[in-house]
Design a protein around this ligand. Structure first.
Ligand code: IDP
Ligand code: MN
Ligand code: MN
Ligand code: MN
Length: 220
């Protein structure tokens, strides 16, 4: 019987530790002013992107989505954002733009991330990994085209198993919708990145985010 490859790492072994579920508070926020300093020069770096469009077109004429935000189901079963590891000597922004071409076939002649689009960076000393997070704001017409193009990406069907939108509304039991979504498994610090972006871009109020986080326990 030929090997299915299951329950092995193969060549992925060299980076499998990066994808291990983080311990509580493993990732700490580092100031944007420090992300290029010597302290992190020996670390592994990755950069991911929060692609979003304002969207107030109500779902079922009831729920205001407020924004359409793209995330993806990854090959490892976790939700995450498009992006990836920065190659040796590669500029952070060049890397995230490269990864978005690879993973969602983004036309970077039309839409590309620049240094000013930095949202937040996190560092895991344990993993020797620094995770940078950038935003890319588009309009809904462009977001729909980006979604259409994503299935033609080089990594679609391998690294990326699907592009999704994040449900930001909460249903009548105060649980279904965004709170349920926050209960899914996220890679790296991507849940923290989602919350940081929603807050810093004023997409949801801190109170709405806290309500969604508190509703996780189904004690509504
Ligand atoms: O969306 C994300 N936000 C934060 N960290 C992430 C995200 N996606 C992956 N990571 C972390 O960064 C590492 C490298 O990212 P990724 O798996 O996307 O690299 P690749 O696309 O170059 O293969 C992952 O192992 C994981 O720890
Ligand atoms: Mn990569
Ligand atoms: Mn990739
Ligand atoms: Mn990736």
């Amino acid at each position: 019987m030929t090997s299915t490859g299951d329950r092995t790492w193969g060549w992925l072994g060299s980076t499998e530790e990066f994808g291990r579920p983080p311990e509580p508070n493993e990732f700490i926020v580092i100031p944007k002013s420090e992300i290029h300093c010597e302290k992190y020069a020996g670390s592994n770096h990755a950069a991911h992107c929060f692609i979003y469009a304002e969207n107030n077109e109500r779902v079922f004429d009831i729920y205001n989505p407020r924004a359409s935000i793209l995330m993806q189901l990854r090959y490892d079963g976790y939700f995450g954002f498009p992006g990836g590891l920065i190659d040796a000597g590669e500029d952070f922004v060049s890397a995230v733009n490269r990864e978005m071409v690879e993973e969602i076939n983004l036309n970077t002649t039309i839409h590309s991330v620049n240094h000013d689009d930095h949202i937040i960076s996190h560092w895991s000393e344990k993993k020797n990994l620094v995770l940078h997070f950038y935003k890319l704001k588009v309009n809904m017409t462009d977001l729909i085209e980006i979604e259409r193009q994503a299935s033609l990406a080089r990594d679609y069907g391998t690294e990326v198993l699907g592009t999704i939108r994040v449900p930001l509304y909460t249903l009548g039991d105060h649980y279904r919708g965004f709170p349920v979504f926050l209960n899914h498994n996220f890679i790296g610090c991507s849940r923290d990145q989602l919350i940081a972006a929603l807050t810093s871009l004023n997409i949801l109020t801190p109170e709405e985010i806290q309500l969604a986080l508190n509703a996780n326990s189904r004690n509504i």
